[in-house]
Design a binder for this molecule. Structure first.
Ligand code: FAD
Ligand code: FES
Ligand code: MG
Length: 275
C-alpha cells in the first residue's frame, strides 16, 4: 500500500499528489512513469513521474481528471492509500547538451515537461519553453518553468493569458524568425504533438514526443500500447514513451486511443450514479 503524503490543487481539474514509494523514488529518472491501481476493483492507469525525492522517499504525480479512475484519484485525501504503484517504467529521457532546446507543453503535459526541463538545464542547454492551455486557470507550473527557462512563452485558446491561440503558433513564429533550435521536445495532446512534429519536419529539427496510448500491464506483455514508429510496431511502455515525432503514425494513435470511448463513458456514468 502506498500512502498519499501531500495533495495540492493546481487547477479546478488538475491535482498534484506526493506518494510515499521509496523504491520508485530511488530509481526515478526524467521521462519515466508509474502504473497505479487504486483498489482491488480498479483498473491500471499510467501517470508520469513529475518529481521525486530520494530523501523523503516520495514520488510526485500530477493528474488531470479525465474519466472514472482519475476522478476517483482526484477525490482521495492525504492519509489515504493506493493499492499498487509500480515503477519507474519506460526508458528515461536522453538528457545531454544539445545547445538550444525548445520544450512545448500543452494541458497536463506542462507538468510532465518539468523534470525534463530541469534535467536539460542542469547539463547546460539553453531552454526556451512554450506552454499552453484552454484558459489561464489551467496553466500549471508556470512559475517553476519560468525559473528554469531562458525564455518562456504562453498561449491560451481563449486569449485569457499570453498569445490568443495555440502553442504551435508560437513555435512557428520562432521558426519563421530564424531562431536557432537544436531540439524540440513536445508533451501534450496527441493532436498538438502531431502539429508540432509537422512544423519542425521541413526544418530538419529533431523532435521528441512523449506518447500516451492506452496501457494495461506496462511491461511489454499485453500489446495494448503498440504504436507505429518509422513503419515498425513499438510498445510504448518499454520502447518509449519518448519517440522521434517525425516517425510517429499519429493518426493510428488517435484512432487507437478512442477504441474504448463508449465503455469509458459508461464507467463514469455508473460511478456518478452508484459511487
Ligand atoms: P477514461 O474515461 O477511462 O479515459 C479517458 C481517456 O484516457 C481515454 O479516452 C484514453 O485516451 C485515455 N486512457 C484511458 N485508459 C487509459 C490507460 N489505461 N492508459 C492510458 N490512457 C488511458 N495523465 C495525467 O493526468 N497525468 C500524467 O502524468 C499522465 N501520464 C501519462 C503517461 C503515459 C505513459 C500515458 C500512456 C498516459 C498518461 N496519462 C497521464 C494519461 C492517463 O493515463 C489517462 O488520462 C487515464 O488513464 C484516464 O483514465 P480514466 O479512467 O480517468 O479516464
Ligand atoms: Fe502492455 Fe505496453 S502496456 S505492452
Ligand atoms: Mg478508465
Amino acid at each position: 500500500m502506498y500512502k498519499i503524503v501531500a495533495k495540492k490543487d493546481l487547477a479546478s481539474t488538475i491535482k498534484l499528489f506526493e506518494i510515499y514509494a521509496p523504491r520508485v523514488a530511488k530509481k526515478a529518472m526524467p521521462g519515466q512513469f508509474v502504473i497505479l491501481r487504486l483498489d482491488e476493483k480498479g483498473e491500471r492507469i499510467p501517470l508520469t513521474i513529475t518529481d521525486w525525492s530520494k530523501e523523503k522517499g516520495t514520488v510526485t504525480v500530477v493528474v488531470l481528471e479525465a474519466g472514472k479512475t482519475t476522478k476517483k484519484l482526484a477525490s482521495m485525501k492525504v492519509g489515504d492509500y493506493i493499492l499498487n504503484f509500480v515503477g519507474p517504467l519506460g526508458k528515461p529521457a536522453e538528457v545531454k547538451n544539445y545547445g538550444t532546446v525548445v520544450f512545448v507543453g500543452g494541458g497536463v503535459g506542462i507538468a510532465l515537461l518539468y523534470p525534463e526541463v530541469r534535467a536539460f538545464k542542469e547539463v547546460g542547454n539553453k531552454i526556451i519553453t512554450i506552454i499552453g492551455a484552454r484558459t489561464k486557470d489551467l496553466l500549471i507550473f508556470e512559475e517553476e518553468l519560468a525559473k528554469l527557462s531562458d525564455e518562456l512563452y504562453i498561449a491560451t485558446d481563449d486569449g485569457s493569458k499570453g498569445h490568443h491561440g495555440f502553442v504551435s503558433d508560437l513555435l512557428k513564429k520562432l521558426l519563421d524568425e530564424g531562431k536557432h533550435i537544436d531540439l524540440v521536445v513536445a508533451v501534450g495532446p496527441v493532436i498538438m504533438m502531431k502539429v508540432i512534429s509537422n512544423l519542425t519536419k521541413p526544418y530538419g529539427i529533431k523532435t521528441i514526443v512523449s506518447l500516451n496510448p492506452i496501457m494495461v500491464d506496462g511491461t511489454g506483455m499485453c500489446g495494448s500500447c503498440r504504436v507505429i514508429v518509422g513503419g515498425e510496431t513499438k510498445f510504448t511502455c518499454v520502447d518509449g514513451p519518448e519517440f522521434d515525432g517525425h516517425l510517429v503514425d499519429f493518426d493510428n494513435l488517435i484512432a487507437r486511443n478512442q477504441r474504448y470511448l463508449e465503455e469509458e463513458k459508461l464507467a463514469l456514468e455508473r460511478m456518478k450514479t452508484y459511487g
